[in-house]
Design a binder for this molecule. Structure first.
Ligand code: MG
Length: 383
């Protein structure tokens, strides 16, 4: 009950929302619900609770280092069934426990007749206040989880996707000393593709260190770290010889002409990450990058991500689905879309030591979608 009390403490809709164990009788312990397209008479209740993810290693990219990530855990309850969602808010994105709580407190889901009105509900949430994409994603994920549970199906099935086409996920190696990098490569043994953070001034040392211990395919993420298009092209040619698959966000998100030149001349695909946020950003990147990295926390959730994939494919662009450090809740939500993408970078739950959900598994480096309804997660008692 402690976790429920914590949720209620932070909820603007706490009064009268306590539910009894019997309310869960429609779902068994694994999250399977014996209901089908159930539309009840209840009202949707939104609850949220701040949580801090502890990172297993200090995480360093070109711009900063950190040891924890604030998240907001969200529940939407309807007719005794609970949908789970999460906002992961690394500080550089500008959201926090406070901004998320302020935003979520403004939301009134009780005005909607049922959770299947996803389009109406998520358009309302999106238009409520500008920005707050991670907080919006937490509501989007919880609503998808809820609607999926009420339908009795996981979202990849509702979208008609083949779980066998879910990709292998990369495992991220942060910028570090050769000794630590070698240790992390060993830790990444079950993964078949590694994502290497570059742009910290020791790029060749990073790659040479990794290549001294493994010949696995690598992709690199420069996080805007290269300052000049000629230097970037030289590096990309060097990286191609080292078996790199693609280069993510090589230069500043602002220099579109330079980036278009680099993409045109690059022997490797270039992928936009910092340069793209949500649906409206896809079309302007045609011809500027070879592909896009979609993250639920940047675009506002599963609905926007699905639209972005469709739009990018219509322009013949590559698609990658990525993540922030997050629990298995947000990772499992993103994984529902993974059969649609070229590459997945869904290791955010593997980088933390206090995951409070279990969901999609990575087996021999591959994303394994399960048959549980919604986003396919069970909540653990940690949070
Ligand atoms: Mg990136």
């Amino acid at each position: 009950m402690n976790s429920r009390r914590d949720f209620l403490k932070y909820s603007g809709l706490a009064a009268g929302s306590l539910i009894t164990a019997s309310a869960f009788s429609g779902c068994d312990a694994s999250g399977q619900c014996k209901v089908s397209n159930r539309v009840g008479k209840g009202k949707m209740k939104l609850r949220f609770k701040p949580y801090d993810l502890q990172l297993k290693h200090v995480f360093t990219i070109a711009s900063n280092s950190r040891t924890s990530t604030p998240v907001m855990l969200v529940e939407i309850e309807y007719d005794g069934v609970i949908g789970y969602g999460e906002a992961s808010m690394p500080p550089y994105l500008g959201e926090s426990h406070k901004t998320a709580a302020d935003f979520l407190s403004k939301i009134n889901l009780e005005q909607f007749a049922n959770p299947f009105l996803l389009d109406d509900i998520l358009t309302y949430v999106d238009e409520l206040v500008a920005g707050n994409y991670a907080a919006k994603a937490s509501v989007d994920i919880a609503l998808h989880d809820l609607a999926g549970k009420l339908t009795g199906q996981p979202w990849y099935k509702l979208w008609g996707l083949n779980a066998a086409k879910a990709p292998h996920t990369s495992f991220t190696i942060g910028i570090d000393t050769p000794e630590v990098v070698r240790r992390k490569v060993k830790e990444a043994d079950p993964y078949n593709i590694l994502k290497v953070k570059l742009g910290g001034g020791n790029d060749k040392e990073m790659i040479q260190t990794i290549r001294s211990v493994t010949d696995k395919p690598l992709c690199v993420d420069v996080n805007q770290g290269w300052k000049d298009k000629y230097q970037a092209l030289d590096m990309i040619h060097w990286l191609k010889e080292k078996g790199i698959v693609f280069v993510e966000q090589p230069m500043s998100k602002k220099g579109l002409d330079e980036m278009a030149w680099l993409t045109e001349n690059s022997p490797l695909p270039t992928i936009a990450d910092e340069a793209i946020q949500t649906v409206k950003d896809v079309l302007p990147l045609k011809g500027i990058y070879s592909g896009i990295n979609i993250k639920l926390m940047k675009c506002g959730g599963m609905r926007a991500a699905h639209k972005m994939i469709t739009l990018a494919r219509s322009m013949n662009m590559k698609v990658m689905i990525g993540c922030m450090t997050a629990t298995s809740c947000a990772i499992s939500a993103a994984s529902q879309l993974s059969p649609l993408v070229d590459w997945a970078d869904l290791d955010g739950n593997l980088l933390i030591s206090n995951d409070c959900f279990e969901g999609v598994q990575i087996v021999n480096g591959k994303v394994i979608l399960n048959d549980k309804p919604g986003i396919g997660v069970n909540k653990l008692s940690l949070a």
